[in-house]
Design a protein around this ligand. Structure first.
Ligand code: AMP
Ligand code: MG
Length: 349
């Protein structure tokens, strides 16, 4: 199959292209589309055959449920059996935006879309191209991140093409995704809301609206044997091909350690990649150095994380050392992705 790539301009959204994309979904095909978080791989959420196609295109295990994207708040009541009051307050505060909520599902949502779970994950993106596309596609678009399973999520149309070209009908190209990390996921299907995946909507931001929340045990103790509540969190994720290791500590110690480890690896004939910041990039004497942006600008770091992880796959590096990024607001979300990419390999100095 030939994958059509269509550029769409936010200032003047071409409705002919959006209609074409919508028709593809209604006839059971797949379209990747931009959102404010990362690119999504969209299929008709109410068509079980579309869910199967999504799993096949990504090479994703089919017990890993898909998030259903909507464009109008009222549509949540058509697919969720119950919408608790706390969820309504979160929706009021953060929708449209990078927050996914999990509800008991109505029978209208096929089991294939939810990986057999009795619950459904719902998000209303703020991205204007995404909203127009969702409406044109019938209102309910199942979309995981538009990457091959296990690889870093995609933040540009070119990344999507790299992973999915020839496997899907169309890519809507809206340029670079501005947030760069996937949505925060909160389970509101039980008594007390539980955070299943951290994102740019933080626990503190949500607690200011609804009071105390819990965090899934698996996020707190990643090595525990507890089963994650978001099935996707158990899979290896985001990993570049080279072995990634995080170095954590005072900046000057981190730089010294990364320089030493790089020299040692090079002596063994290895090529080394380094993930740094604008402030530290020039302190690394050897290796292929890439900066995520200014350390005090968490938005820059999150926006470039997947792009930089991905870019190392086009090089011949054998191992990558990365600085750590526990910033004040979204540090938890950034480190959650980086730790997974590194298979939780951390050197503390
Ligand atoms: P992605 O589509 O790549 O952003 O991943 C979606 C994440 O949402 C995965 O980690 C899924 O396991 C999680 N998810 C989707 N639906 C549900 C659900 N009904 N219950 C729990 N987690 C879910
Ligand atoms: Mg994903």
């Amino acid at each position: 199959m030939e994958t059509r790539i269509r550029k769409v301009n936010y200032k003047n959204i071409d409705l002919k292209i959006i209609q074409e994309a919508g028709r593809i979904l209604k006839s059971g095909g797949l379209v990747a589309f931009p959102t404010e978080t990362v690119y999504g791989l969209g299929g008709d959420a109410l068509n079980p055959a579309s869910a199967e196609k999504i799993y096949a295109a990504k090479g994703r295990p089919s017990d890993n449920p898909l998030i259903v994207h909507i464009a109008d708040k009222a549509d949540v009541y058509r697919i969720a059996e119950q919408v608790p009051e706390q969820a309504e307050r979160l929706m009021e505060a953060f929708w449209p935006g990078p927050l996914t909520l999990i509800f008991p599902k109505k029978p209208l949502v096929p089991d294939k879309t939810t990986g057999g779970l009795p619950t459904v994950a719902v998000r209303m993106p703020s991205d204007k191209i995404a909203a127009a596309f969702i409406r044109a596609a019938g209102g309910f678009v199942a979309a995981p991140s538009a990457n091959a399973s296990g690889r870093p999520s995609t933040t540009t149309a070119a990344h999507v093409a790299e992973d999915l070209s020839g496997r899907i009908e169309m890519i809507l190209d809206g340029g670079q995704a501005v947030i760069g990390l996937e949505s925060t996921i909160v389970d509101v299907s039980e008594e007390r809301p539980v955070i299943l995946r951290p994102g740019v909507i933080t626990k503190a931001m949500m607690e200011a609206v609804i009071g105390p929340m819990e965090t899934d045990q698996v996020l707190i103790a990643p090595d525990s044997d507890v089963k994650p509540k978001a099935p996707g969190m158990k899979y290896r994720h985001y990993a570049p091909k080279a072995e990634l290791m995080i170095v954590e500590g005072e900046t000057k110690d981190v730089i010294a350690t990364m320089n030493r480890l790089t020299a040692e690896a090079e002596l063994q004939g290895k090529r080394v990649g380094i993930i740094a910041t604008d402030e530290t990039a020039r302190c690394y004497e050897r290796g292929l150095v890439k900066s995520l942006g200014a350390r005090n600008c968490e938005g820059e770091i999150s926006m470039h994380l997947f792009e930089v992880l991905r870019s190392f796959d086009e090089t011949d590096v054998d191992c990558i050392y990365s600085e750590s990024f526990g910033g004040a607001v979204i540090g938890q979300a950034i480190m959650n992705r980086l730790l997974k990419a590194a298979g939780h390999r951390v050197i503390k100095v």
